[in-house]
Design a binder for this molecule. Structure first.
Ligand SMILES: Cc1cc2nc3c(=O)[nH]c(=O)nc-3n(C[C@H](O)[C@H](O)[C@H](O)COP(=O)(O)OP(=O)(O)OC[C@H]3O[C@@H](n4cnc5c(N)ncnc54)[C@H](O)[C@@H]3O)c2cc1C
Length: 416
């Protein structure tokens, strides 16, 4: 193969979108360079399972060099992209320069604290393996501390866990956290009074799961309440200093743990493209995902801002990123053949969120499901979507173990 004459496609970001582009171009006559600051693909929807000691990081992340071992037209380079020059068609990464004929920018998102620095400094987030492991260590250490704290007020604050953001990630985290306490830690700390433990879910809007149909919002409330999660809607957090949450109405909650799931914005590097950005820093793209005046550059996934058929920006979901990856791979090949790129239309596959053991809500094929059936759909879909047979098997074994024995197996406090 004479690679010199082949077009060079550079993909920045090996998340859901970037991986899909790379895989769909596997047989295309081109050279591909895939760049990521990590050497693995991370299945972010299961990060909360790492945080609640249910899964190991290696069960939800897979090495990129292994994934692409057999793909002949691709090279992986690990490194953080710090500069993109759209005029001269190159990117800079850890001192090296990589030029491209086509660029796919799939850098994903990061937590949005909306400029609240004290919340950013004092709260926990779920966005990376490191952040999820930090949450796990903190939760387990907090229980250790509470188990020998004689002062009732201090113990109460240690045992108050606040999750902010009533979207799917907040709901999943609050539900799983409540279960970790009521089913698992209760056995490890037989002398502790678990009635002192509070798990609160704070949501500034009128309802949790606002993007879900009303019947599933009601089901979510019911399922969370069954797990003794306290839901506070219409409740805005204004500050958190690591000890006390201050609410918009002047109220206070003493809590040593706050997990922030209330906002996502495009990854910082998107600001350096120097092109139009919408709210949350997402790059404004044309309907075929190209950026204006640069038909050789595509932005996809969480980093891209495109209005959906319903007049709203497309949600930051893996399903959007994957579908955009497919279309982008096709469009690059179309352009090379001299054809017009096709527009992107999102096909909504439905909604799905779990709320702990036996409990989930789902909207699929126009039907709403809640409880055990929705949970089974969730379990099998997530296992199916994990990369690698070994990971699927290990996760299935872990979940089956947890299911039958009420045990979260990764209850290890490790050095960070
Ligand atoms: C806790 C959590 C739960 C979620 N649950 C769900 C769910 O249940 N269902 C669902 O559909 N979606 C869920 N999502 C959202 C979903 O994970 C994202 O929408 C999806 O990952 C976006 O894909 P992407 O390809 O745009 O970016 P990502 O998958 O985030 O990938 C971006 C990649 O770019 C790399 N990168 C970033 N900056 C640079 C740089 N400067 N240089 C080099 N590499 C860089 C990153 O390392 C990363 O590998 C969840 C997200 C989180 C955080």
């Amino acid at each position: 193969m004479n690679t010199k004459t082949l077009p060079h496609v550079v993909i920045v970001g090996a998340g859901f979108g970037g991986m899909e582009v790379a895989r769909k171009l596997a047989k295309a006559p081109m050279t591909i360079t895939l760049v990521d600051k990590h050497n693995y693909h991370l299945f972010q929807p299961l990060l909360y399972q790492v945080a609640i000691a249910g899964l190991l990081p290696s069960q939800i992340a897979y090495p990129l060099r292994t994934i692409f071992r057999k793909q002949k037209n691709i090279t992986f380079q690990m490194g953080e992209v710090t500069e993109i020059n759209l005029e001269s068609c190159y990117i800079k990464m850890d001192g090296s320069v990589i030029s491209y004929d086509y660029l796919v920018f799939a850098v994903g998102g990061q937590t949005n604290f909306f400029g609240n620095t004290s919340v950013q400094q004092n709260s926990f987030e779920l966005k990376s393996i490191e952040s999820a492991t930090t949450v796990r260590n903190h939760l387990l250490k907090t229980f250790e501390e509470a188990s020998h704290e004689a002062d009732a007020e201090k113990r109460k604050a240690l045992l108050t866990f606040v999750v902010v953001g009533g979207g799917p990630t907040g709901v999943e985290t609050a539900g799983a956290l409540a279960e970790l306490v009521t089913h698992v830690l209760i056995k490890d700390y037989p002398n502790m009074d678990l009635k002192e433990v509070r798990v609160l879910l704070l949501e500034a809007g009128k309802s949790v799961m606002a993007s879900y149909p009303p019947e599933l919002q009601r089901a979510t409330n019911r399922l969370l309440e069954n797990k003794r999660v306290e839901i506070l809607t219409d409740t805005k957090l204004v500050d958190y200093n690591g000890q006390t949450v201050t609410l918009g109405d002047g109220g206070h909650i003493d809590a040593h743990t706050l997990i922030w799931t209330a906002g996502v914005k495009a990854a910082e590097i998107a600001d350096r493209l120097g092109v139009g950005q919408a709210g949350s820093g997402r790059v404004r793209v044309a309907d075929n995902l190209q950026i204006p005046n640069h038909p050789e550059v595509f932005v996809i996934g969480d980093a891209a801002h495109l209005i959906n058929g319903n007049g709203q920006p497309l949600p930051m979901l893996s399903t959007v990123a994957i579908q955009q990856g497919k279309v982008t791979a096709r469009n690059i090949q179309r352009i090379i053949k001299g054809e017009k790129p096709e527009p992107f239309h999102y096909k909504d596959p439905g909604l799905l969120a779990t709320i702990g053991r036996n409990a989930a809500v789902a909207r699929i094929w126009g039907l709403s499901f809640s409880g055990f059936i929705a949970w089974l759909i969730w379990v099998f879909l997530h296992i199916y979507r994990l990369i690698g047979f070994r990971n699927r098997l290990l996760v299935l074994i872990n979940w089956a173990w947890e299911y039958f024995f009420y045990e979260n197996q990764v209850r290890l406090i490790t050095k960070e």
